[in-house]
Design a binder for this molecule. Structure first.
Ligand code: SAM
Length: 265
């Protein structure tokens, strides 16, 4: 059996190889990364990082499978309904009342449920004129599902009943209705290295994504978000995520429970 140092070196070489293919794994939290790598190694029946690096060269489709394993796409419409209640009652009506165009960024949007939930709230609050919602993700497979906008019934369980009937069509395979679908534009985007897709934004929603990243990456990303917000714009994080680093001085915590922050006007 290889000693621990050799294993560490093999891991470092493997991570460099993955980074050369474009995924910035060095910004991901290590325990999270190792757990997911182990899943793929088990699936391929290899036991060392060195063997897995060789396999990545030999079996090109393994890189896509690894990417899938590293980017867990779990999501649903109106995830954490109490957060969407606050969005629906306070945040969206205020932004929807603005005179000019409104821009929203759902960052790490996975298969699109988050972006469409936001689109539904904006469509309710101001119709569909001059609203753009950028749904970005690293994972192209997730984005192609978002583009289709067709979902399983169970992804809709938290959709408020009044919105369910207006904004979804079809039976067992419900599809987001045109009125909300038209507002959303999907963007392939890596939060660890790409600039914000099309700033400035009035609302940035980034939930259940930064938990994957190490602290320096989180701090950098939060600065990117603040820079991309208009003065008075809002940042929403996931329920277990907290703003860290210099961005804390630049945003006001508006709702601690729902993790809503605002850039001072
Ligand atoms: C758990 S899902 C969160 C989906 C949605 N925001 C929600 O809260 O329901 C995490 C998403 O982050 C994406 N992700 C992971 N690393 C990323 C990166 N470096 N750049 C962009 N998206 C990333 C994954 O592909 C995945 O779709």
């Amino acid at each position: 059996m290889k000693d621990a140092l050799a294993q560490d070196q093999d891991l470092a070489i493997l991570l460099q190889k993955i980074e050369r293919r474009g995924l910035m794994v060095s910004s991901y939290r290590e325990p999270c990364l190792l757990r997911r790598l182990a899943v793929r190694m088990r699936a391929r029946g290899v036991h060392t990082f060195g063997d897995y690096a060789v396999l990545l060269d030999r079996v090109p489709e393994e890189f896509d499978l690894l990417l899938d394993a590293l980017t867990i796409n779990v999501t649903r419409f109106f995830r954490n309904p109490e957060t969407y209640t606050v969005l629906r009652q306070r945040v969206v009506p205020e932004l929807a009342a603005l005179k000019g165009p409104v821009a929203v960024w759902s960052a790490g949007s996975a298969t699109g449920e988050e972006a469409y939930s936001l689109a539904i709230l904006f469509a309710e609050a101001r119709g569909t004129a001059r609203i753009r919602i950028d749904a970005s993700d690293l994972d192209p497979t997730a984005l192609s599902i978002a583009e289709k906008a067709e979902y399983k019934e169970r992804a809709l369980e938290d959709v408020p009943a009044d919105l369910r009937s207006t904004y979804f069509t079809g039976g067992s395979q419900p599809r987001v209705a045109d009125a909300a679908r038209r507002l959303v534009r999907t963007v392939r985007h890596d939060l660890t290295k790409d600039p914000a897709p099309a700033p400035p934004y009035h609302l940035i929603v980034c939930r259940n994504v930064v938990i994957y990243f190490d602290r320096p990456m989180q701090e950098r990303l939060f600065q990117t978000f603040v820079d991309a917000l208009v003065p008075g714009g809002v940042l929403l994080l996931g329920k277990v995520e907290t703003l860290v680093g210099p961005a804390r001085e630049r945003l006001k915590l508006e709702d601690p429970r729902e993790r809503i922050y605002r850039r001072p006007a």
